[in-house]
Every structure is written in C-alpha cells, then in structure tokens.
Design a protein around this ligand. Structure first.
Ligand code: B4P
Length: 183
C-alpha cells in the first residue's frame, strides 16, 4: 500500500492512518508526530519547527521534505507507506513525486477526508492539544484552503484522488477508505 491521506486539521487522518497500519501492515508516517517528537526532544529541527506549529503555520518545506526523504529512502522501507499530513503544499507534492519516481514506487492513491469546519472545531477543541485553540484552528483551516487545497487538485489532475466523507463512526469511515483504496 502506497497512499497519502489528505484533509483539513481534525479530519481524522491520524486516526485512520493508525487503523490502516494495524490492519494492512504499511507503516504510518505522520509529519505532525515526527515534528512533535523533534520539538519534545529539543533538537535543532524541533526548535525551528516549534514557532510555526504553535502559530498554525506550515513548517518550512525543506525541513519536512528532508524528514520524509530519510524515511522513504531508509533501507528496508519498501513495505509501502501511509503518509499522514504530508504533502501539505504543492512543492511538497512535487518533491514526493520526484522521490517516488527515483525509487520506482509510484503513489497509488491520495485519499481526501472531507469534514465540515464546524465538526472540525468541535473535535479539536475537545482534544486540547497545544495548537488546538480556537484562533489557531481557524488559522490552520485557512492554511489548508490556501496551501493544501492545491495538493488535492494536483492529485485530482493525476487521476489519483479519492474523496471520502470523513463524518460518521470511525469504523464506517475506515470501510469507505478501504473501498476507495481497493483493499
Ligand atoms: P498534524 O499533526 O498533521 O495535525 P492536524 O492537521 O491537526 O491533523 P491531526 O492528525 O491532528 O488530526 P486528525 O485528522 O487525526 O499537524 C500539526 C502541525 O504540524 C501543522 O499545523 C503544521 O504546523 C505541522 N506540519 C505537519 N505536517 C506538515 C507538513 N507536511 N508541512 C508543513 N508543516 C507540517 O484528527 C484528530 C482528532 O479528531 C482526534 O481528536 C480524533 O479523536 C478525532 N476524530 C477522528 N475521527 C473522528 C470521527 N470520525 N468522529 C469524531 N472524532 C474523530
């Protein structure tokens, strides 16, 4: 399985990627989790990422692309992937295509989980993560529209986009994703 999960913050990418990993074996690679780990460890990369994350901005493309490159090119990493939260900009999507072409492992599908903004606000305010304040969530939704919506269009143009309704029971949404991916 070689797929990308796209969606606004709180659309359920992390939740569904973990379930796909558990059932289908391909590893979940979450840029959000990798960045939060770097921040918690206080690495140089983490220090650079911290301010952007707290403000609800995207972390610089070169940092995030570098992290993904390291994971995808690591020895033994040919068992596929479920990318969760990456790519989030047109430049990241183009870099991913370049990496996968070089590795001879093209992307199979990009799944876009669609959830309305009101539901997103409710979910994230319940979660109470450091970047889950109302103002930051609103800004992250704007960033999704301006910077990540072009990624959705990019995969649509390639004929690889599957649009899945992300509202409902978690298992029900999981079934819709499996059907969209064909597993
Ligand atoms: P992420 O960690 O990716 O955070 P997110 O977009 O808010 O998605 P998240 O994984 O939290 O939400 P999910 O959809 O799983 O990114 C955080 C920050 O890191 C970004 O703002 C950015 O600064 C930086 N970053 C990450 N990747 C980057 C990149 N590629 N480039 C640049 N910067 C990057 O939803 C989770 C919540 O919804 C949970 O509480 C869950 O319980 C709930 N939920 C899930 N499914 C549900 C359902 N069906 N019903 C009800 N609730 C549900």
């Amino acid at each position: 399985m070689r797929i990308v999960l796209l969606g606004a913050p709180g659309s359920g990418k992390g939740t569904q990627a973990a379930k796909l990993q558990e059932k289908h074996g391909a590893p979940q690679i979450s840029t959000g989790d990798l960045l939060r780990a770097a921040v918690a460890e206080g690495t140089e990369l983490g220090l650079k990422a911290k301010a952007a994350m707290e403000a609800g901005e995207l972390v610089a493309d070169d940092i995030v692309v570098g992290m993904i490159r390291e994971r995808l090119e690591a020895p033994g990493s040919d068992s596929g992937f479920i990318l969760d939260g990456f790519p989030r900009s047109h430049a990241q999507a183009a870099s991913l295509d370049e990496m996968l072409t070089k590795l001879g492992r093209p992307l199979e599908k990009a799944v876009h989980l669609v959830v309305d903004n009101e539901e997103i606000m409710t979910r994230l305010l319940e979660r109470k993560r450091a970047d889950d304040t109302e103002a930051t969530i609103r800004h992250r939704l704007e960033v999704f529209e301006s910077q990540t919506r072009p990624v959705v269009n990019y995969y649509a143009a390639q004929g690889k986009l599957a649009t899945v309704t992300g509202v409902g029971e978690i298992d029900e949404i999981f079934g819709r994703i499996e059907q969209a991916v064909g597993v």
